[in-house]
Design a protein around this ligand. Structure first.
Ligand SMILES: *[C@@H]1O[C@H](CO)[C@@H](O)[C@H](O)[C@H]1NC(C)=O
Ligand SMILES: *[C@@H]1O[C@H](CO)[C@@H](O)[C@H](O)[C@H]1NC(C)=O
Ligand SMILES: *[C@@H]1O[C@H](CO)[C@@H](O)[C@H](O)[C@H]1NC(C)=O
Length: 364
């Protein structure tokens, strides 16, 4: 009581602030605290605004149909990725697992079945056919995501990301092109497979894959995304050694991954940042970042033209529309096929120059 009264007296006895050393210190701390609060508030506001901006409320999509586009029916139940072989045969994964979205997912997604479809670009007017998977393959535990194919003279090896019920896996299959079937070979699991999105084969027995985040639980993943924690990564898996190794340790939702036709470059997309990062593959399979291409749209999977080396990106143009689409598949979301034009490396300088964007959009 006496102490309190004493303090009250001291305060009331020193009328103007900042006269004694004591109150100068107090002033300094108050000022310092206010500056800290101000900076934090500005940073939080900036973060919230950047998240709102990335949802694309300010964007408008216009239809461009430069080539002859056609809707291929029969693959509209969660098709995620496509790989086109040199002879024009395309393998398409279908039945993506959206259950991590919980109640935010359109319930009809629960009826989807994991399948791999075949489309022949040499017969563009034909429809898809389902590729049967033969061997001791568990069809009921197949929720495919990214796909990649390694082509050799005698063997065509297919790698498919599978979100199994209890763990992530990459299924290895062999494509029989004569009778159009897949033979299941084996499954690869690795402690480094946390939330696998896409895979790119660099040999019949080795590949890179992306983990698009760290948490698998809906709310934790939401926080991870919202706070933009770079907890995704890129892993190289060596089939001979039988284990993976981290080659890009931090990434904000690394998603699609693909390689240049000569295998020198590896491309990784990040829809949340709106970029494609170009890496140079080193002799030990480490990835050396060379360039970040800013796209102002959200690139998902990357297709590389095997002759020209051009990239074609499947993009979610307007973020909030994509989110609404996941909740109700009857809600359309603008999508974009996008090809940034690359110049080949100039002289000795190890860079790929980004010249211009050709916005070749095919909205259907
Ligand atoms: C492809 O499927 C559509 C819709 O199911 C059908 O109308 C069309 O005739 C089919 N085309 C061929 C070449 O079978
Ligand atoms: C295709 O050929 C392979 C190897 O000859 C055989 O094992 C498989 O049963 C065939 N698939 C179909 C669908 O006939
Ligand atoms: C999706 O939207 C349509 C049209 O607005 C509506 O009829 C349907 O019930 C909705 N579906 C779900 C799962 O909410």
């Amino acid at each position: 009581m006496a102490v309190v009264r004493g303090m009250t007296r001291v305060r009331s006895q020193s009328p103007p602030h900042c006269l004694s050393l004591n109150s100068q210190q107090k002033c300094f701390f108050t000022m310092f605290r206010n500056i800290l609060i101000g900076i934090s508030a500005a940073l939080i506001l900036q973060h919230i605004l950047s998240v709102i901006y990335s949802l694309g409320f300010h964007k408008r999509a216009y239809n461009h149909r430069p080539g002859s586009c056609r809707v291929v029916t029969g693959i509209d139940s969660g098709s995620e990725d496509i790989h086109v072989l040199r002879n024009g045969l395309a393998l398409i994964t279908s039945g993506i697992d959206l259950t991590p979205l919980g109640h935010l997912m359109d319930p009809s997604g629960l009826t989807w079945k994991g399948r791999i479809y075949l489309f022949d670009f040499k017969q563009p007017n034909a429809n898809v056919t389902e590729l049967p998977i033969l061997g001791s393959f568990d069809h009921s535990d197949f929720r495919p995501h990214g796909i990649s194919v390694w082509e050799e003279e005698t063997q065509t090896t297919v790698f498919v990301v599978n979100h199994k019920q209890h763990r992530e896996a990459i299924e290895v299959l062999s494509l029989n092109q004569d009778n159009k079937s897949l033979q299941y070979l084996y499954s690869i699991t690795d402690p480094l497979m946390r939330s696998v999105n896409d895979v790119v084969a660099v040999g019949s027995n080795s590949f890179y894959f992306t983990n698009d985040g760290y948490n698998n639980q809906l709310f934790k993943r939401f926080l991870e995304r919202f706070l933009k924690f770079p907890w995704g990564n890129v892993i190289y898996y060596d089939g001979d050694a039988g284990r993976g190794q981290v080659v890009v340790s931090r990434g904000l939702e690394p998603n699609g991954i693909n390689r240049s036709p000569d295998g020198r470059y590896i491309y990784v997309s990040s829809p949340i940042v709106g970029t494609v990062t170009v890496y140079e593959q080193q002799a030990d399979h480490a990835l050396q970042p060379i360039q970040v291409i800013d796209l102002s749209t959200s690139p998902d999977n990357i297709y590389v033209d095997s002759t020209s080396g051009d990239l074609w990106l499947g993009c979610h143009m307007i973020g909030y529309q994509s989110m609404l689409h996941f909740q109700n598949f009857t809600q359309p979301a603008a999508s974009q096929a996008f090809s940034p034009v690359m110049l080949m490396p100039v002289a000795y300088y190890k860079s790929i120059l980004f010249r211009q964007c050709q916005c070749k959009t095919c909205n259907v």
